[in-house]
Ligand binder design. Sequence first.
Ligand code: C2E
Ligand code: CA
Ligand code: CA
Ligand code: CA
Length: 275
Amino acid sequence: AKANGRDNIVHYDQELGEQLRETAQLQADLKDAVEQAAIVPYFQPIYDIRTGEIRAFEVLARWRHDTRGFVPPDLFIPLAEDLGLIDRLSETLLDESVRELLDWPTEAGLSFNISPTQFSNSDLARRIATILRRHRFPGRRLEIEITERAVLRDINQARNVIAELAAMGVKIALDDFGTGTSSLSTLTQLPISRIKIDRSFVTDIATASQNSKIVSGVLALAQSLSLNVTAEGIEHEEELIFLREHDCDCGQGYYLCRPVPASEILKLFDVPKAQ
Ligand code: C2E
Ligand code: CA
Ligand code: CA
Ligand code: CA
């Protein structure tokens, strides 16, 4: 039993060593990718589901690794935060996204994800302002998506950042709504203009009675607080119909359009969707 135990430890050590090597390699690759601006924006349209028009494009970071293929942002974004690369990565993405959007025949805006660590940086609004100014891009065409985690870190700091952004015309959307712990107090304490109902509630809305009750409840709440609402993760026509019947204003999801690279955007303007 003793020998067996030692074998296990050796085995464990090797596995751990391999994992560490792999993580170190991924970190080094990520650093290169950020420096070379190899992480690019994809764009997922957010539709006004009453008119079918595109209201905004959510920017979603895509990293195509030489040997691993696409690395999911849920993996590399936290890594970039840990490595102190997130500000640089985010600035490159916003700059590139604004530059692209200005080439398209649309008045639609950008919806841009900001992670909690960035939100506690008192420089955030100034950094964003620099990019907007560089492109003469009006602040009112930009919406920043944050999660409750960003706000809960320091509510006073959050209030300051939001006020600075608001002074530039930039609006705030609360992402992944319903998955946090204090959604309601956040809504009453901060000037948030939109909530994004998390995909987990939108799934099977038309058939799963729990989800349909939650979503119609959230929509009623939003209406009484004069908040705009985007429903995420619409994958089926029935979900779209349900949302429209319950006066949800905006929606996004694979049923309407997947996230696409800038090179595929122009064809989206040919036919109105979500009608
Ligand atoms: P998120 O902000 O909640 O973004 C929505 C995610 O749902 C995206 O995943 C999108 O591709 C996916 N999605 C959209 N429609 C559907 C649908 O109908 N069905 C399903 N199953 N999924 C759908 P993605 O692109 O993998 O991004 C994952 C997360 O990574 C994002 O979640 C966001 O938290 C983070 N992220 C992505 N890009 C950035 C970025 O530039 N900065 C920061 N800070 N975070 C980012
Ligand atoms: Ca988002
Ligand atoms: Ca979300
Ligand atoms: Ca999410």
